[in-house]
Design a binder for this molecule. Structure first.
Ligand SMILES: Nc1ncnc2c1ncn2[C@@H]1O[C@H](COP(=O)(O)OP(=O)(O)OP(=O)(O)O)[C@@H](O)[C@H]1O
Ligand SMILES: [Mg+2]
Length: 375
């Protein structure tokens, strides 16, 4: 098949060609145009009309190419086309039509989310402008853009860090496959390595999704003991080392209750307890992890003490930074998410005290009652 592109006029003629291979090439090229199209572009409208008529072409290859192209244009006429192609006699055409419909639904969803998101940000900025004037609005906007850019850059580096060894593994795999006396062992080893790296990549992306989620928070009085108990169960379940786990002693009075967004605070406690469990990985003893709580005036203090590896002063500073991890299977989202939940969502504070080789104490202070105004 020739690879040079048609000009627009030739493209329209090629779509009408009686030579199906020319028509097929023209549909593929139309797909590329649709990917970058803007709704209302008259040239695109002509292409869409031509492609719709090709949906009943006698060659299944052409019909499949039309379905593929329809995935990339929001034009409603393609909905009927895809509905017809979804009932096509040819399985490959049906599959392409199904995929195209899903893709169109996803991009519709994404653009709706984008709009809602933009509206939310603009209304927050309007509020800031009312209180602090246009200079305040601009300053907040600039800083938030910087934060977003930094986050995106860090995420990019983390993902690339995991992708590069994957590419090397793929190369090594290819080399092994070309070896004259091919044996299964190095192949299995390489495949396992790839599997581990893919899992790690998924963990980073899941961590990022959890960190950036903006769930609707609903605050109710909760029994603190129940929350800690639930978190301890989840942390033990999430511990990847199923052979040993330091016992968790919960010394929290069942009479303490606290205004909390339950699932979020459980998530924060789980992350902190999981870190405590994991801090025993290279430690011989399994001295218990202790969770205690006290109420003073209107503040509840929850303390998680472990006798694990502890941290140096520098490690302690790093611990709260996104992506900072000392574990081969860690993502570095656990503590930052806990801080976000405790401080931004619950109006509290999280402090860490740690001594390398001795253990760590995480202290969480949360107002027992929420202020009347919602956050
Ligand atoms: N209780 C603790 N004892 C010793 N080190 C800790 C403790 N809690 C956190 N850290 C240190 O802080 C780092 C960051 O913790 P964080 O929970 O954010 O990420 P992670 O545990 O490495 O990965 P993830 O939580 O995504 O599995 C850890 O890698 C560890 O070095
Ligand atoms: Mg962690």
């Amino acid at each position: 098949m020739a690879t040079e592109d048609f000009g627009f006029g030739d493209l329209l003629c090629a779509l009408d060609s009686s030579d199906w291979s020319v028509a097929l090439r023209a549909v593929a090229q139309s797909e590329m145009r649709l990917r970058n199209s803007i709704l209302g572009d008259p040239e695109v409208e002509q292409l869409v009309a031509k492609l719709s008529s090709l949906a009943s072409h006698s060659k299944w290859e052409v019909r499949r190419a039309v379905a593929n192209a329809a995935a990339h244009a929001p034009h409603s006429v393609f909905e009927g086309v895809l509905a017809r192609l979804a009932l096509d006699d040819n399985r490959r055409v049906r599959q392409a039509a199904e995929y195209a419909s899903l893709r169109r639904r996803d991009s519709r969803h994404a653009s709706t989310l984008g709009k809602q998101h933009e509206e939310r940000i603009n209304s927050a900025l309007d509020n800031i402008e009312v209180r602090f004037g246009p200079i305040g609005r601009d300053a907040v906007k600039r800083v938030s853009e910087q934060i977003a850019n930094t986050f995106a850059r860090e995420l990019y580096h983390e993902v690339i860090k995991l992708l590069s060894p994957l590419a090397i593994s793929a190369e090594r795999l290819q080399k092994h496959l070309l070896e004259a006396n091919l044996t299964a062992e190095p192949l299995v080893e390489e495949a396992n390595r790839i599997g581990r790296r893919v899992n790690q990549l998924r963990a980073v992306l899941d961590g990022m999704r959890a960190y950036t989620a903006q769930p609707v928070l609903s605050f109710r009085p909760e029994v603190l003991h129940e929350l800690v108990n639930e978190a301890a169960g989840l942390a033990i379940e999430s511990n990847s080392d199923k052979t040993s786990c330091a016992p968790i002693e919960i010394r929290v009075s069942p009479s303490i209750d606290i205004d909390a967004s339950r699932s979020r605070l459980v998530q924060a406690f789980t992350n902190i307890l999981l870190n405590a469990i994991e801090s025993y990985r290279d430690v011989d003893s399994l001295n218990p992890i202790g969770v205690s709580a006290s109420v003073e005036e209107r503040l509840v203090t929850i303390t998680v003490d472990d006798a694990g590896c502890g941290m140096s002063a520098e490690a302690q500073r790093d611990a709260l930074t996104l992506f900072s991890t000392s574990k081969s299977d860690g993502t570095g989202f656990g503590l930052p998410l806990a801080v976000k939940i405790v401080e931004s969502e619950h109006g509290g504070r999280l402090h860490i005290d740690s001594v390398k080789g001795r253990g760590t104490s995480v202290r969480i202070l949360i107002p027992k009652h929420r202020e009347a105004e919602s956050r």
